[in-house]
Design a protein. Structure first.
Ligand SMILES: O=C(O)C1=C[C@@H](OP(=O)(O)O)[C@@H](O)[C@H](O)C1
Ligand SMILES: C=C(OP(=O)(O)O)C(=O)O
Length: 404
């Protein structure tokens, strides 16, 4: 399908959304399970393409593993391949070949793997030759480019003969994802310590654990946005827990300022509308995947918003700052860098305009973050299958919610 037309639908009442499972948890569970000899029964695994790709590649005998556009799959499989028997080539889409991996490559080399970049230095595709003898047990890694490098190394750490002492240097972005990795490792029997900037994992065996993947909080954020923007809304999101391993549960606190109250119930969360603030300041360092959702909500609701911690957005599925700027502009919403690292949303948005076409830049989050604009007017979203990366049932759920 080339595009999907969403008709103006201002009310979303008595809606129940059976959310997709978390791809972040699923991809960790799959790697950890593989490292423990596939002894665990993982339930509620995500249908996300990123997870299905991980599942397929973990059992592949091919020399070359093509991760498509899945960042976690690329980074986690790279570290995992360093423990394998045979050399592996890891590659991905043209965009994946522009997403950096040098920090992870350098760390693996220091531990004893061989890493050869096949096209551009520091970027996939690359060939990983497994570690024979562990060269170092203490390494340093920069924390400000992607936490996925750190999670990837941590998951293989217990299986290294000497374990690993990892010193993180600089600012640590996406910190809750590192914590999620350690928390999941703990459930599978791994003890670790994180003191100041140093994480230590001793060599120890993973144990089996019947892991049940929670619904995806990042995917949930789009429903918070629908609730925030609709004239009236009552939306129940299934399978979310108040005590979550996912940092994107931050959406509860953020949306409370933007007009959505969350009530945790036994089987999920109920979203209801409340008054919003006029002005907010939000640091996305811990939850970069929520930035697009929040930018759209603030723009439409004329909430003056100061956004920081957006540095990693430029190296995700697309340059998300550039993509956001372009698409928000179509709705008279401006995203502007007012001082280094500080972005502001200024809006002259008017509801009820003629249909606007939204480009998605091969980024699932562009499609899903802009979909709630259909509470204001007709919109047309290009390349809607981009959502398959993390939330393949998204458009079905939109149909459920809007009765279309
Ligand atoms: O570890 C993970 O599951 C993820 C970490 C984050 O990436 P960065 O660490 O690159 O910010 C996040 O944006 C991504 O969607 C999933
Ligand atoms: C950045 C994302 O994914 P990844 O880095 O795993 O491709 C995302 O899902 O928003």
């Amino acid at each position: 399908m080339e595009s999907i037309a969403l008709k103006h639908c201002p009310k979303l009442n008595a809606v129940t959304i059976p959310l997709e499972a978390s791809k972040s948890e699923s991809n960790r569970a799959l790697i950890i399970n593989a490292l423990s000899g596939n002894t665990s029964a993982i339930s509620n695994l995500s249908n996300a393409r990123d997870t299905q790709t991980m599942l397929r590649l973990l059992t592949s005998n091919e020399e070359t593993l093509d991760v498509l556009d899945a960042g976690t799959t690329m980074r986690f499989l790279t570290a995992y391949s360093a423990l394998g028997k045979n050399p592996r080539v890891l590659t991905g889409t043209p965009r994946m070949q522009k997403r950096p991996i040098k920090i992870l490559g350098k760390a693996l080399k220091q531990i004893g793997a061989k890493v050869k970049y096949l096209k551009n230095d520091g970027y996939p595709p690359m060939k990983i030759t497994p570690i024979k003898d562990q060269k170092k047990e203490r390494i340093r890694m920069k924390g400000d480019v992607s936490s996925q490098f750190i999670s990837a190394i941590l998951m293989i750490a217990p299986a290294l003969p000497e374990g690993l002492i990892l010193e993180l240097i600089g600012k640590i972005g996406s910190r809750p994802y590192i914590q999620m990795t350690l928390d999941m490792m703990k459930l599978f029997g791994i003890q670790s310590s994180w003191t100041n900037n140093t994480i230590e994992v001793k060599p120890q065996p993973y144990q089996s654990y019947p892991y049940q993947v929670e619904s995806d909080w990042s995917g949930a954020s789009y429903w918070f946005s629908f609730a925030a923007l609709a004239e009236s809304a009552e939306i129940k999101l299934l399978g979310l827990r108040q005590k979550s391993l996912q940092g994107d549960i931050a959406i509860v606190r953020i949306m409370n300022q933007l007009g959505v109250m969350s009530t945790f119930e036994a089987d999920g969360v109920l979203l209801q509308k409340i008054p919003a603030r006029n002005e907010v300041e939000i640091d996305f360092s811990d939850c970069p995947d929520l930035a697009q959702t929040v930018a759209v909500v603030c723009g439409v609701k004329h909430i003056s918003c100061k956004m920081t911690g957006l540095e990693s957005l430029r190296i995700k599925e697309t340059d998300r700052i550039k993509a956001l700027k372009r698409e928000l502009k179509k709705f008279n919403i401006k995203l502007k860098e007012t001082e280094e690292g500080v972005w502001e949303i200024k809006s002259k948005f008017q509801p009820g305009q003629p249909e606007v076409t939204i480009e998605t830049y091969e980024d699932h989050r562009m499609a899903m973050a802009f979909a709630p604009l259909s509470t204001q007017q007709d919109i047309l979203i290009k390349d809607p299958s981009v959502v398959d990366k993390s939330y393949p049932s998204f458009w079905n759920h939109v149909g459920l919610a809007t009765g279309s």
